[in-house]
Design a protein around this ligand. Structure first.
Ligand code: ATP
Ligand code: MG
Length: 369
């Protein structure tokens, strides 16, 4: 009763998820009305920042782009969840000696140091206790350690503040994706899913078994790697390669290849060959993570692969990966849990909104504690 009254006086504020990627800024804001979640605002701002731009200039340009967009669309939400990924962050699932939360708060830097490849002074370190277990008779706790470089976190805070928003939380791309996937697939689902968020500089990989994340890793094979490979074979620049990959498909079956040969599509064949080379490297890296996961003595093998990120639009990528990994592959609709699907979002923008959607699902209470 009282809590309802308090809620009326102080309605929960909407959180805006802002995913500042290397290729585009993605924005999502949900609003809950009578327990029904609706999409309030969304945005996709492609960035075309010249390679010789200084980091400070780059930050200022991004802030300005976001600010202009918010104004143009009359987006009112202020409280923002942003995120870091790639080489700015390390996530490790480790067993530590059993300590209470209080004890661990005091000793976490010492306990975590061997697992963190950065200088512990340069990172923001957080952890979460997942489980208790025993190892050779000794009581242990299973924890997830997250170390994010202070500088990278500060950069995101600066860009968000510079856009006139209030940076409430800086999350990790993989955790935002985890939040999204637990909405999309109920935790009880009895399977193991491999998630690949294919962006411009990084591919975020997670293996989630029955709702519990087992492996989190960022792989540096993504859109830019495809651009480089395509630019090399076609002797064009990266921007032209970026456009070429949007118009082309990976030739997977013999029929696909035969059709390309018969129509003398030399450029299409070259783009496909370059893309296949990159996809094979990606396959090798992803397979390593699958092997690592399987070596932990699990009896669950990967049952399906879910793709998100802009690169999941590459023509025939699902067909190619399904043939390589021999499991079903699908592209995620990050808004599939809404009762009403917004109609005005272009099909190729939708999978790129995954991280922003996961960020926007954060609630005030997530960081009020
Ligand atoms: N229709 C399309 N077909 C093929 N590729 C596409 C398409 N649309 C976007 N992409 C590619 O997706 C990539 C960008 O994806 P995304 O927006 O997820 O990256 P980002 O989040 O900005 O980058 P990062 O997370 O690495 O910082 C680019 O390489 C872009 O060329
Ligand atoms: Mg991204």
């Amino acid at each position: 009763m009282l809590s309802n009254f308090v809620k009326k006086l102080f309605p929960p504020k909407d959180i805006i998820g802002v995913d500042i990627g290397n290729y585009a800024v993605k924005i999502i804001c949900f609003h809950e009305d009578k327990k029904v979640l609706k999409l309030k605002d969304w945005g996709y701002i492609p960035l075309s920042i010249k390679p010789d731009t200084s980091p400070e200039e780059k930050k200022a340009i991004i802030s300005q782009e976001i600010k202009t967009y918010l104004k143009k669309k009359n987006i009112q939400a202020k409280y923002t969840a942003a995120s870091v990924s790639g080489n700015a962050v390390i996530v490790r699932y480790v067993k530590l000696p059993k300590l209470t939360k209080k004890e661990l708060d005091l000793t976490i830097n010492v306990e975590a140091e061997p697992f963190i490849p950065f200088d512990i002074k340069d990172v923001n370190l957080t952890y979460s206790i997942l489980n208790e277990s025993t190892e050779e008779g000794d009581p242990k706790i299973d924890t997830v350690l997250v170390a994010a470089k202070r500088e990278a976190v500060q950069d995101k805070i600066d860009m968000i503040s510079g856009a006139g928003l209030d940076p409430l939380i800086v999350d990790v791309d993989s955790f935002a994706l985890e939040a999204l996937y637990s909405r999309l697939a109920p935790k009880t689902e009895n399977n193991t899913v491999l998630m690949l968020n294919l962006g411009q500089k990084v591919t975020n990989l997670s293996i989630v078994s029955q709702g519990v994340t087992r492996v989190v890793r960022d792989i540096f094979i993504a859109g830019a790697t495809f651009d480089k490979a395509i630019a090399k074979v076609l002797k064009i620049d990266a921007a032209a390669a970026d456009a070429a990959k949007k118009n082309r498909s990976v030739l997977v079956t013999d029929e696909d290849k035969q059709a390309a040969i018969e129509s003398f599509d030399r450029e299409g064949i070259a783009v496909s060959k370059a893309a296949v080379g990159v996809l094979k490297d990606l396959y090798t890296e992803v397979s390593r993570s699958i092997d690592f996961y399987l070596s932990q003595g699990t009896d669950h093998s990967i049952s399906r692969i879910m793709l998100s990120g802009g690169m999941s639009n590459l023509g025939n990528i699902t067909k190619f990966l399904a043939a390589e990994f021999k499991v079903p592959v699908e592209v995620v609709n990050p808004l599939a849990f809404l009762s009403e699907m917004p109609k005005n979002i272009p099909a190729d923008v939708l999978p790129a909104l995954a991280v922003a959607a996961g960020l926007a699902l954060r609630k005030m209470k997530d960081w009020e504690e």
